[in-house]
Design a protein around this ligand. Structure first.
Ligand code: ADP
Ligand code: MG
Length: 204
């Protein structure tokens, strides 16, 4: 089963992913954790290019680079892990592309969807948890993170961009309510975790 976490940086995706991993492993399940873009050599190299502030990248180049990283990940890691019956927890997946490149960068949504179909090879999450927090709250949370350096290229995109991204995520929730869960991320991490786990438990 593939489960993805979505939301802007600082929303609490990684925090929830770690908490979920623990309870799943306590139940004896095999869990594979993946961050996007990444998890293969090629995808990590593409990640470096995408997050570097050394050069500008056009929105379409950005779309294709994220998609190239994803498709390598799907074929090399996700499909084999699914075949072995593992639970895969993905820190971002295809909805990030719809929200960031489609709504955030304002690329043509049909082209983005086509690109997503190619990159995922049709492999979609069973459940996606969109951890919804306001931009300011996410920014505040990240301020307290030790060891976080300068904002990366995506993080420099500014407030209006992130408002469009959030709207994009909420639009996906309207389009795909069966899969895409909106979680109120403004709450305590334990409350959020219990929401996530109670949604997932019947599916295990
Ligand atoms: N529910 C929460 N309430 C308060 N702070 C949180 C909560 N969830 C996460 N944090 C903190 O906010 C920061 C960003 O969380 P993180 O999980 O790294 O977000 P993301 O992976 O979405 O960027 C971290 O310092 C984390 O400890
Ligand atoms: Mg994270």
């Amino acid at each position: 089963m593939l489960i993805s976490f979505e939301g802007i940086d600082g929303s609490g995706k990684s925090t929830q992913l770690v908490m979920l991993r623990e309870v799943l492993e306590d139940r004896g399940l095999t869990v594979v954790v993946i961050r996007e873009p990444g998890a293969t050599l090629l995808s990590e190299s593409i990640r470096e290019i995408l997050l570097s502030t050394k050069q500008t990248i056009t929105p379409t180049a950005e779309l294709l680079l994220f998609s190239a990283a994803r498709t390598q990940l799907v074929e090399k890691v996700i499909e084999p892990a699914l075949n072995e019956g593992s639970i895969i927890l993905c820190d971002r997946y295809v909805d990030s592309t719809t929200a960031y490149q489609g709504f955030g960068r304002k690329l043509d949504l049909d082209s983005v969807r086509l690109c997503n179909r190619i990159a995922t090879r049709g492999v979609m999450p069973t459940v996606t948890f969109f951890i919804d927090v306001a931009y300011e709250q996410a920014q505040q949370r990240m301020q307290f993170d030790l060891g976080v350096g300068e904002p990366d290229r995506m993080e420099r995109s500014g407030r209006d961009f992130f408002e469009r991204v959030r709207y994009g995520y909420l639009q996906i929730a309207v389009d795909e309510p069966e899969r895409f869960m909106v979680i109120d991320g403004s709450r305590d991490r334990l409350e959020i975790h219990s929401d996530i786990f109670s949604t997932l438990e019947p599916l295990l």
